[in-house]
Design a protein around this ligand. Structure first.
Ligand SMILES: Nc1ncnc2c1ncn2[C@@H]1O[C@H](COP(=O)(O)OP(=O)(O)OP(=O)(O)O)[C@@H](O)[C@H]1O
Ligand SMILES: [Mg+2]
Length: 209
């Protein structure tokens, strides 16, 4: 993968995430963890190689086909990307809105999720008024609200204290046990060591052991 011609970020990366698996991806800052996740979330196209997703070759997937696949993927981005003109509740509701769910179901689910992530009193708040960790929790609620087939989480606990980080790890674990494939990028070796999930290690743009 190259963002600029001749500047290869990911090289010969070959990996398979089996349906229902849970993987960590780690590596020093700048090694390409977020880049890899952005390829899988169809944010960028690979400049070389091939990507298959849900049994489909998506390397040259036409743009109009993307929403269909994106709806099956929950994403927690490193910079959250909450929409500032919407309330926290409206942000969290977005994936269900896009999926065309009823307002009643959306209201119930959003309430449940906001309670789960410890933000019930921020229902009507604007994201700009939240702390970093609170934004992160709202972004997680939004990513998991549809119980996606694939969850891509980029440093999802980077802004949380260790107790909250663990709590969210258990949420991801529960989601995984109910069928969601999880790929979680983190540079937190301690967090990784607390779980027995396989670890993909990126170094100089390549995957090692
Ligand atoms: N949109 C972009 N345009 C050009 N270069 C980019 C872009 N995004 C990332 N890069 C470059 O790609 C490389 C890998 O970045 P990436 O964000 O994937 O690393 P990372 O492993 O997620 O790092 P961190 O742990 O700091 O989040 C870096 O050298 C970065 O400068
Ligand atoms: Mg990153």
């Amino acid at each position: 993968m190259e963002y600029l011609p001749g500047q290869e970020i990911l090289k010969d990366v070959s990996m398979e995430l089996k349906r229902g698996s849970f993987h960590f991806i780690t590596g020093a800052s700048g090694t390409g963890k977020s880049t890899l996740l952005s390829l899988l979330s169809l944010q960028y196209r690979a400049t070389k190689g091939r990507i298959r997703m849900f049994g489909e070759d998506i390397t040259h997937l036409p743009r109009e086909e993307m929403p269909r696949l994106r709806r099956r993927v929950g994403i927690v981005l490193q910079d959250y990307r909450l929409l500032d003109h919407l309330t926290v509740a409206e942000n969290v509701a977005l994936p269900l809105k896009v999926a065309g769910e009823s307002q009643q179901l959306i209201d119930d689910k959003v309430k449940e999720l906001l309670e789960w992530v410890g933000l019930p009193e921020y229902h009507n708040a604007r994201p700009a008024t939240l702390s970093g960790g609170q934004k992160q929790r709202a972004a997680i609620a939004r990513a998991v609200i549809t119980k996606p087939d694939l969850l891509l989480a980029d440093e999802p606990t980077g802004n949380l204290d260790s107790e909250l980080a663990l709590r969210f790890m258990y949420l991801f674990e529960a989601l995984n046990q109910s069928g969601t494939t999880v790929l979680l990028a983190t540079h937190d070796e301690h967090l990784i060591s607390l779980f027995s999930y396989p670890v993909l290690r990126l170094k100089d743009g390549k995957l090692g052991k």
